[in-house]
Design a protein around this ligand. Structure first.
Ligand code: HSE
Length: 430
């Protein structure tokens, strides 16, 4: 007997998934067991890129998640509601769920996984992070014997594309964003991408899996790329760095019980680092642990085919589980985290910083900056004055590892110096 799917949504990801499932030749033979039984859409009249019998399409999404015939509900509508409620209702009705919805999982994963464990069903989310890149299952299964200490990702294709073009063309953020919107690489409302919110959802999910605990999304520090200027990109380049929007989850000390930091921010990445060469709309996730060392996953982070690959691989895993039909869940497939991870406040974070100052061009200014940093235990790796903006000298500083709180106090003192006009930028350094 076939495994019946109810797909919620026939947008880019839904259409890609239907196309993949309808063309199952030379793919895994279990895919032939899949029957696309119902597809929930907003409008029955809209022209579609896939051919589906009229009886399959419905606008009644509730009827899909409660239909006793359906084994697996595939949620690819996106957004918080009605996606969240439909996922929960599907679980209550004993359906396994496949979802690409990072916003719902990062906010309501706790409730959803508890409900799923109670109902004895699986919730699969490979497509929620990194599009087509397999990273959820590797974190849950292949790498779980390791003690993970860091997950560092470029998990948002839109911002990677914008920063890459600013870098290669020497262009301003607003010009590249407008062009990216024209070309369809950025949404008309780019907020979720350029302000780092999409990446924050994704790193919260990865951190939860990597560190075996729940993450409160409000504890994820989030800073987007609107403030990244072409001037900073050029200075970073001269100093041997590329600016990337990184999503980082990291144990604060080598001890496996230490708190973690979870954050998204533009970061100066050394040119020799493996993430520095991830260009265009691509994503990559570097996982570091013991004893494995470094593993990097690289590939397309979005797009119909790539995301359909991830959604369909989850469907395949579920079909295999259903077909081998045991009454207990495979312990490697569900998420069972119960406790919250302890997150370190940003002020306690130890990291390196890049800062750019505009100052009067007069004797002793660099010395005064150095003294303020020294007063707050901030050790400098480099300090350079290479340019001018009008009458003002531009001084760029890169620190060694420092406590963020100490660095901020030094900046507060620096702002009181008569020779200092402003601090136009402040970025973290990997
Ligand atoms: N908007 C996301 C990105 C893709 O730009 O990477 C979907 O997660």
């Amino acid at each position: 007997m076939g495994v019946k799917l109810g797909i919620l949504g026939l947008g880019t990801v839904g259409t890609g998934t239907v196309q993949l499932l309808q063309d199952s030749r030379f793919r895994h033979p279990l895919l032939q067991e899949v029957e696309i039984y119902r597809v929930g859409v907003r409008s029955l009249d809209k022209p579609r890129a896939v051919a589906l019998p009229k009886s399959v399409l419905t606008t009644d999404l509730e009827a899909i998640v409660t239909d006793p015939e359906i084994d697996i509900v595939v949620e690819v509508i996106g957004g918080l509601e009605p996606a969240r409620s439909l996922i929960l209702k599907a679980i209550q009705n004993g359906k396994h769920v496949v979802t690409a919805n990072k916003a719902v999982i990062s906010r309501f994963g706790n409730k959803i996984f508890s409900a799923a464990n109670q109902a004895g069903v699986y919730v699969m989310l490979e497509a929620a992070v990194g599009g087509g890149i397999p990273v959820i299952q590797p974190l849950k299964q292949s790498l779980r014997v390791n003690r993970i200490h860091t997950v560092t990702g470029i998990v948002n294709g839109t911002t990677n594309y914008i920063l890459w073009r600013m870098q290669t063309e020497g262009s301003h953020f607003s010009d590249v964003l407008a062009d990216a919107q024209r070309l369809g690489y950025a949404e008309a409302d780019p907020t979720a991408d350029v302000d780092g919110l999409d990446a924050a959802d994704k790193i919260a999910i990865l951190a939860s899996l990597a560190f075996g605990g729940l993450i409160k999304l409000e504890n994820v520090y989030c800073e987007g790329i609107r403030q990244v200027s072409k001037t900073d990109i050029a200075y970073a380049e001269k100093l041997g760095f590329i600016i990337k929007l990184l999503a980082i989850a990291k144990r604060t000390t080598p001890s496996p019980s230490s708190p973690i930091s979870v954050r998204v921010h533009p970061t100066l990445v050394p040119k020799a680092h493996p993430l520095a060469s991830i260009n265009d709309v691509n994503n990559a996730i570097l996982i570091e642990g013991e004893p494995i060392g470094q593993v990097m996953f690289f590939g397309p982070g979005a797009g119909a085919g790539a995301t359909a690959s991830a959604v369909s691989s989850d469907i395949l895993n579920l079909v295999a589980a259903i077909k081998t039909s045991t009454t207990t869940l495979n312990p490697l497939l569900p998420c069972r985290n119960q406790e919250y991870c302890q997150i370190v406040p940003m002020a306690e974070l130890i990291t390196r910083f890049y800062a750019r100052f505009l100052t009067k061009d007069q004797p002793g200014v660099i010395g005064k900056l150095g003294t303020c940093f020294g007063n707050h235990r901030v050790s400098l790796e480099s300090i350079v004055q290479t340019g001018f903006q009008g009458e003002l000298a531009e001084i760029v500083v890169v620190t060694h590892d420092v406590r963020e709180g100490d660095f901020r106090q030094a900046l507060t003192e620096i702002q009181t110096l008569a020779a200092v006009d402003s601090i136009p930028s402040l970025l973290q350094v990997l």
